[in-house]
Design a protein around this ligand. Structure first.
Ligand code: NAD
Ligand code: TDX
Length: 342
């Protein structure tokens, strides 16, 4: 099968590219990525050596470009990871979130309608459900929980989800959606909580915790998310939404303290800073549906996953130091433009 993976130079998309190349060597992966500040071609260096992998630089919201790629590749499946993904950036500048996350999804699905597709899979987030209170640990997000967003980011993801379901109902497009909790693991961009705290702690810099650090996230190791997407896009029921999460709730302060402890750094590095406006209090996924229908369970315990992740950041300093210095943005020109390989 030919599978277009959009946003494959980002955190989860890249992990998914490697997951697919290993698990389904018979399939061909075409990664379409705009290489925004969050895209890093260095991450895909190993994949580039695989004859079943192709990288193409482009914008999912560019209709002409997307149609040309569909004509060339005739994809069987499209998995859409491409998005602006950072909540804080969406508070600073919402416009690009609406363009990429909503209009980009529309352009991709229109191409799917025009050229035909076996499956369009939308990678979404638990943030579309809004948040849960800290004093109700009995409450979880199910697929029936109403959409109730807080940030421009989550609103743009919810808008896209609604459009995907509309394309199923109105046009019969064979779609599926996964809504996943917070991921962590290799290749996570160091603007997000866990890699930010690891890189700053290693440099003995202050660790900025928003508010009191009591907000709770439901952490899932990225490989478990990749396994869930792989299952849903191949075996999930068309027109359905599947929640993905690991019953791994931790407050931000707990996470930061675990990182400090593992790195042997003092808690005095923690600095409480002004809270994020509209900050969601607690996310918690009920993954019963994907477990019962498709047999998915998370395999990595947080205690193991966080150790592996810290180990990865220690062993791959160059990867994130190039990001912090901005060097990674020259990689495309250096390695690919001159050689006309993409
Ligand atoms: P990321 O920011 O690390 O990567 C996004 C990728 O998309 C980058 O490579 C970027 O260059 C690319 N991109 C952005 N705009 C594009 C455009 N217009 N055209 C083509 N490519 C474009 O994001 P991530 O954390 O890997 O998240 C991937 C997806 O998973 C997103 O849709 C996000 O909403 C969703 N998600 C993320 C998490 C999480 O914890 N990170 C949890 C649930 C869902
Ligand atoms: O410096 C920080 N200090 C801090 O206290 C940062 C960057 C974050 N935080 C807090 C805010 C959140 O409560 O840590 C928590 C996690 O923050 P992020 O890493 O920004 O993730 P979050 O806002 O939870 O969103 C993530 O999970 C859902 C992803 O970025 C989204 O793309 C995904 O949809």
């Amino acid at each position: 099968m030919n599978i277009i993976v959009t946003g494959g130079a980002g955190f989860i998309g890249a992990n998914f590219v490697y997951y697919e190349l290993e698990k389904h060597p018979e399939d061909r992966i075409i990664c379409l990525d705009k290489l925004t500040y969050a895209g890093n071609l260095e991450t895909l260096e190993k994949a580039m050596k695989n004859p079943n992998f192709r990288f193409v630089r482009g914008d999912i919201a560019d209709k002409e470009f997307v149609e040309k790629l569909f004509e060339e590749e005739k994809p069987d499946i499209v998995v859409n990871f491409a998005a602006e993904s950072h909540v804080d950036r969406s508070i600073e500048d919402p416009g690009i979130f609406l363009k990429t996350n909503i209009l980009g999804t529309q352009v991709l699905m229109d191409a799917c309608r025009k050229y035909g597709i076996k499956r369009y899979h939308q990678v979404s987030t638990d943030e579309v459900y809004g948040d849960l209170p800290l004093d109700r640990p009995d409450l979880f997000f199910t697929e029936e929980t109403p959409i109730h967003t807080s940030s421009p980011y989550s609103s743009s993801k919810a808008g896209a989800d609604l459009l995907v379901l509309a394309y199923y109902r109105t046009f019969g497009l064979p779609v599926t959606i996964t809504r996943c909790s917070n991921n962590y693991g290799p290749y996570h961009f160091p603007e997000k909580l866990i890699p930010l705290m690891i890189s700053r702690a290693l440099a003995d810099e202050s660790l900025p915790v928003y508010g009191k650090g009591e907000n709770v996230r439901d952490w899932l190791y990225v490989k478990d998310h990749c396994a869930a997407i792989d299952l849903v896009m191949r075996k999930g029921k068309v027109g359905e939404v599947y929640n993905v999460g690991g019953h791994n709730e931790k407050s931000n302060l707990e996470v930061v303290k675990i990182i400090l402890e593992k790195l042997g750094k003092p808690e005095s590095l923690i600095t409480y800073v002004t809270d994020r406006p509209g900050h969601d209090m607690r996310y918690a996924i009920d993954p019963t549906k994907i477990h019962n229908e498709l047999g998915w369970i998370p395999e990595t315990k947080f205690e193991d996953g966080i150790e592996e992740t810290i180990e990865w950041y220690l062993n791959n300093k160059e990867w994130w130091e190039n990001i912090l210095s901005g060097e990674y943005q020259n990689y495309f020109d250096k390695m690919y433009k001159e050689k006309d390989r993409v």
